[in-house]
Design a protein around this ligand. Structure first.
Ligand SMILES: Cc1ncc(COP(=O)(O)O)c(C=O)c1O
Length: 393
């Protein structure tokens, strides 16, 4: 056997394995599972975006390698227009924006572009696992920033020891947040930018959920903070914004220096995306409308959160993201409670501990439910949980 690279041993154990095995078993037994696990839009990509792809795919120019610096001009121009219209942020499309093959790709490669062995990343916990895993694979060290409910799941920069802050290179943030559904006020971003300037850090702000919002709330961009561009790169994704997870398209905006650094690495790793996909994404950014999907998520969110609260489960209603993050009842761990719901109610939720040690005691429920037309599957999930009489009602 040829030994694999040692860096792969840095990948922490896959904690969703047990739930995945129970899911397979339930499906094999023919049980009707309500899967609140994966955060992948169940609704199709809007038709006008598919039409834009079809039209672009008929242009033979799109069939060749993308030999531009950072993406086709119509795409980068659309990115800049989107940032201006949505956040009031000015982006130079040629130096402060670049195409990504989905935001996961950009996030992973930022760690590889910046982290040398021994370098420190400041990583929130619980969090999307990509920030930590890629820091570790690149030989870096992770300093964990715990996110607590009583601080709105925002990291407390004052708790980071001076020596750690001095040595750290990257500060990872993600709002609206997966898995907690937390949001960041602009004042938090102001604090983060001041902290990054003081300690010469690059902020990587993962804004994958910036367009999944409810009611009157609209998430901010960190780039709205004056001077943020000097120390921040923000990653956006078409995946959740326009139901395009399979298309693999996103973008980075912000510090021209960080964009050039990431691009230097990427130009030696990949050859960007099928340009027709980027032209369809440009159409989505300029004309896309995901209002109907957001209305459906809102309905599902309200059925789930109100329904569970009526049972006596203290569940908070998120203002953004696809996720409801809730504390498990006394006497349970995230894993025992997830197993109970799966085995006794046929409802699949994700144990929070899969997102880090500070996710222990919580479960994540996603609002993307295959086969749900108008919230009826969420209603059914509430009724099945009610039948277990777990919360005293
Ligand atoms: C917080 C967060 N960031 C980034 C991503 C990656 O999204 P994509 O690579 O599809 O743009 C995800 C996907 O679930 C996510 O939850």
């Amino acid at each position: 056997m040829i030994a694999r690279a040692k860096r792969l041993d840095q990948i922490p154990p896959y904690l969703f394995g047990e739930i995945a095995a129970l899911k397979r078993k339930a499906i094999a037994e023919g049980r009707d599972l309500i899967d609140l696990g994966i955060g992948d839009p169940d609704q199709p990509t809007p038709g006008s975006i598919i039409d834009a792809l079809a039209e672009a795919a008929h242009n033979p120019e799109t069939h060749r390698y993308d030999e531009t610096n950072a993406g086709w001009t119509p795409f980068l121009d659309a990115v800049a227009t989107f940032c201006k219209n949505r956040f009031g942020v000015d982006i130079d499309p040629q130096t402060e924006a670049m195409l990504l093959i989905g935001s996961k790709e950009g996030l992973s490669h930022l760690a590889w572009a910046y982290i040398d062995p021994g370098d420190i990343s400041l990583v929130p916990d619980p969090a999307y696992t990509v920030y930590k895993v890629n820091t570790l694979m690149a030989g870096g060290e992770v300093y964990t920033m715990p996110m607590f409910e009583d601080n709105g799941f925002l990291p407390d920069f004052k708790k980071i020891p001076e020596a750690v802050a001095q040595k750290a290179k990257l500060l990872w943030l993600n709002y609206p947040n997966n898995p907690t559904g937390a949001i960041a006020p602009l004042s938090f971003y102001e604090e983060a930018v001041a902290f990054a300037k003081k300690y010469n850090l690059l902020i990587v702000n993962d804004a994958a959920y910036s367009e999944v919002y409810y009611d009157d709330y609209r998430p901010n961009s960190i780039l709205e903070v004056p001077g943020a561009k000097e120390v921040s790169i923000e990653l956006h994704s078409l995946s959740k914004s326009f139901n395009m997870t399979g298309w693999r398209i996103g973008f980075a905006v912000g510090s021209a220096e960080a964009i050039a650094t990431l691009n230097k690495l990427k130009s030696n790793l990949d050859s960007k995306q099928f340009p027709a996909v980027s032209l369809a994404a440009a159409h989505a950014l300029l004309h896309g409308d995901n209002k109907k999907t957001l209305e459906l998520y809102t309905r599902r969110r309200d059925i789930l959160c109100n329904g569970l609260r009526e049972l006596g489960w203290d569940v908070k209603t998120p203002k953004a993201t696809l996720y409801v993050w809730a504390r498990v009842p006394e006497g349970h761990t995230a894993m025992t409670f997830s197993r109970l719901l799966l085995e006794e109610a046929g409802v699949l939720v994700i144990p929070g501990v899969g997102y880090g040690e500070y996710g222990e005691g919580y479960v994540r429920m996603s609002l993307t439910v295959m086969g749900d037309k108008n919230g009826e599957r969420l209603q059914e999930a509430v009724e099945r949980i009610a039948a277990l009489h777990l919360f005293g009602k």
